[in-house]
Structure formats: structure tokens, C-alpha cells
Design a protein around this ligand. Structure first.
Ligand code: ZN
Length: 66
């Protein structure tokens, strides 16, 4: 956990990954949920209409890094 996340508990995602619009805009959607032990955020940006899930993983598993 970084120092930035400690300042705002539960808000690991603050900006749209597409256009960097703040996701704390009341017209955007930032919904926190959990998949097993991972924290996931469903995001929808009202500025550029980007939507998707951002998952904060505790452990990364990959067969091979290229
Ligand atoms: Zn956006």
C-alpha cells in the first residue's frame, strides 16, 4: 500500500485511465467490490465514456513475461 492510498482509504483509483478525468465526479461511476482476495473497481467515465474493471492484485501470476 502506497502513502497516497493511506490518505484516502478505499479509493485506490482516482482518475480515468483513458483521459485522466477525476473519477470522484458525481456523474461518473466508481464502484469498489472484491474478487476473492483482490480489490476491484468498476469504473465509468462520464467525460470519455471509458468503462471497465480495474483490479488491484495482491499477487501476480503469469506463465511467461515477454
Ligand atoms: Zn475518461
Amino acid at each position: 500500500m502506497s502513502k497516497n492510498e493511506e490518505k484516502i482509504p478505499g479509493k485506490g483509483i482516482q482518475f480515468c485511465p483513458s483521459c485522466a478525468h477525476p473519477l470522484n465526479d458525481p456523474k461518473s461511476i466508481l464502484n469498489e467490490y472484491w474478487i476473492s482476495e483482490d480489490t476491484a473497481y468498476f469504473c465509468w467515465c462520464k467525460n470519455c465514456s471509458w468503462k471497465g474493471d480495474i483490479i488491484k492484485t495482491t499477487r501476480m501470476v503469469a506463465p511467461e513475461l515477454v
